[in-house]
Design a binder for this molecule. Structure first.
Ligand code: 5GP
Length: 120
């Protein structure tokens, strides 16, 4: 797998606004926020897409969600709620091929994301 910009962020080769870090994951603010609160939780292990998650990654992916919820709580967003999203490949809207959990909060978010369905 080729290196992505997130590997550079993990290696501190480019800056990011880091919210949490340990040996397994890194969480940082999205550079182009789509909600008042928008951060990403990524594994330090480079996994390209959701399709590439293996049985050995199950605990890691679960841990990413626990970290997401803890940071959301620290930012005061747990009670009103938040959204976690992991985009996969082209139709999912994935642009960085190193899995990442988007966490969006701070306002009531629209649903569903597939707006054309509403027009049918
Ligand atoms: P995707 O479209 O792959 O689901 O999400 C990639 C996300 O990474 C986007 O929301 C984008 O704004 C964010 N992103 C891309 N490059 C950078 C960067 O260099 N720094 C930060 N903090 N976020 C980035």
């Amino acid at each position: 797998m080729s290196e992505t910009i997130f590997t550079k962020i993990i290696n501190k080769e480019i800056p990011a606004d880091i919210l949490f870090e340990d040996e397994r994951v890194l969480a940082f603010k999205d550079i182009s926020p789509q909600a008042p609160i928008h951060f990403l939780v990524i594994p330090k292990k480079a996994i390209a897409t959701t399709n590439d998650i293996t049985a050995e990654d199950e605990a890691l992916v679960g841990y990413m969600h626990r970290v997401a919820a803890q940071i959301a709580a620290d930012l005061g967003a747990a009670e009103q709620g938040f959204r976690t999203v992991m985009n996969c490949n082209e139709h999912g809207g994935q642009t960085v091929y190193h899995i990442h959990l988007h966490v969006l909060a701070g306002k009531a978010l629209g649903w569903p994301p597939y707006q054309e369905r509403l027009k049918a």
